[in-house]
Design a protein around this ligand. Structure first.
Ligand code: NAP
Length: 328
C-alpha cells in the first residue's frame, strides 16, 4: 500500500481508501451488517488505513458500523473521513436546498443540502458519537449548499479544528470557483469528487487547479459503482431498490463491455482482476491523491486493497487510454 499526503495538510491517507456508502444499505438494496464489519476489518488488515463515510450513508448506519469495527483498534493508525450537510431527519425545518427524495423501506425521505454553522456543529457531535471517537481526521462538506455562504460553513470547520474535534478541512463536489472561495476562509486539504475511467471531466479544470494549489483530490466511485468490475455484464443482478438500476443507464453498455474485454488481457497477464486493474489505473492518474473503493464484503475489500500491488507500464497505460477513447 502507498500512503499519500493530502494537499498541504499533514494528513496521510492510504491510496486505496475504504468507501462506506454501499454498506449503509440505503440506495444500495440493503446491507448485511456482519459482512460489512468483515469488509472493514479486511481492509484494515490489508494496508488500508483510511475509511470514508457520511452521516447520510444508511442514515447513520454506516458510521455506526465503522464505530463498531474500529472499537479496540489503535485509533492513531486509522484515518476517519466523514461529511456533513445532507439532512434527512427534518431537523433543518425546511431550511437549506432540497436535493432529492431518498427511499427507505418504501418510504420517501426528502434530503436537503444544509451547511449552516449550527447544523455543522450538531452533525459533527452526532458523527463522533456514532463513530465512537473524539476526533475526525478529515471533515468534508458533502455537497455545496447554495443557501449558506461558504464562509459561514468554513467558519464552522475552523472552529471544530480549533477545538480538536477535526484535524483537517475538506470539501466534496465543489467546483473550482467554490474551492477558491473556501480557500479564502480556511486551508482546504482536499476535494472529493467523482472520477473514473468513464468519467474524467475533472481533468479539464479541477485537476489543473488542485495540482497548482496543492489541494488533494479524493476520487469517488472509481469502479462506477460496480459497473467496471465487469460482473454486471455476466451473472450479477441488482435488487429492485438499488439506485444502480437507473445509474448504470447513463453509460453505453455495449461500449463499456467491449472496453472491458479489450483490457482484460492486461489484467489476466498480471493475475489481477478487472476491478484491480481499474482501481490501479485510477490511482496513477495526475492529481489523484487517493481512490475511494467501496466493498460489501471481505473478499472485495482484500481484492481492492491488493490493487496497489499491480505495476502498469507506460505502454499498458497508453493502451488503456487508447481504448477509452471508444467508450466516450
Ligand atoms: N462525496 C460523494 O458525493 C460521494 C458519492 C459517491 C461515493 N462516494 C464515496 O466513494 C466511495 C466509493 O464509491 P462507490 O461506493 O459509490 O462506488 P465504487 O467504489 O465505484 O463501487 C463500489 C461497489 O462495487 C462493487 N465492488 C467493489 N469492489 C468489488 C470487487 N472487488 N469485486 C466485485 N464487486 C466489487 C460493490 O457492490 P456490489 O457487490 O453490490 O456490486 C461495491 O459496493 C463510497 O463508498 C463513498 O465513500 C462519495
Amino acid at each position: 500500500m502507498e500512503y499519500r499526503k493530502t494537499g498541504a495538510s499533514g494528513l496521510e491517507l492510504s491510496a486505496i481508501t475504504y468507501g462506506a456508502f454501499a454498506i449503509g444499505g440505503t440506495m444500495w438494496g440493503g446491507t448485511e451488517r456482519s459482512e460489512a464489519i468483515k469488509a472493514i476489518h479486511a481492509s484494515l488488515d490489508n494496508g488500508v488505513t483510511s475509511i470514508d463515510t457520511a452521516p447520510f450513508y444508511g442514515f447513520g448506519l454506516s458510521e455506526e458500523m465503522i464505530g463498531e469495527a474500529i472499537k479496540g483498534k489503535d485509533r492513531s493508525r486509522i484515518q476517519l473521513l466523514t461529511k456533513f450537510g445532507l439532512v434527512w431527519d427534518g431537523s433543518n425545518n425546511g431550511k437549506g436546498e432540497f436535493f432529492f427524495d431518498a427511499e427507505d423501506n418504501g418510504k420517501k425521505i426528502p434530503v436537503y443540502k444544509y451547511a449552516a454553522k449550527a447544523n455543522v456543529v450538531k452533525e459533527v457531535e452526532e458523527s463522533l458519537q456514532r463513530l465512537g471517537t473524539d476526533y475526525i481526521d478529515l471533515l468534508q462538506i458533502h455537497w455545496p449548499d447554495a443557501t449558506t455562504p461558504i464562509s459561514e460553513t468554513m467558519e464552522a470547520l475552523e472552529q471544530l479544528i480549533r477545538q480538536g474535534k477535526v484535524r483537517a478541512a475538506g470539501v466534496s463536489n465543489y467546483s473550482v470557483a467554490q474551492l477558491q472561495e473556501a480557500q479564502q476562509s480556511i486551508s482546504i486539504a482536499s476535494n472529493q469528487v467523482s472520477y473514473s475511467m468513464l468519467n474524467r471531466t475533472i481533468e479539464q479544470d479541477l485537476v489543473p487547479y488542485t495540482v497548482a494549489n496543492n489541494i488533494g483530490i479524493i476520487a469517488y466511485s472509481p469502479l462506477e459503482r460496480g459497473l467496471l468490475t465487469g460482473k454486471y455484464f455476466k451473472d450479477a443482478a441488482l435488487k429492485s431498490d438499488d439506485h444502480r438500476n437507473g445509474y448504470f443507464g447513463q453509460f453505453d453498455a455495449a461500449k463499456v463491455k467491449a472496453f472491458l474485454e479489450a483490457i482484460t488481457p492486461i489484467a489476466a497477464a498480471k493475475q489481477a482482476t478487472l476491478s484491480q486493474l481499474v482501481l490501479r489505473w485510477t490511482t496513477l492518474q495526475k492529481g489523484i491523491t487517493v481512490v475511494l473503493a467501496g466493498a460489501r464484503n471481505a473478499q472485495q475489500a482484500i481484492e481492492n486493497a491488493a490493487a496497489m500491488n499491480i505495476d502498469l507500464t507506460q505502454e499498458e497505460l497508453a493502451f488503456i487510454n487508447q481504448q477509452l477513447v471508444f467508450v466516450s
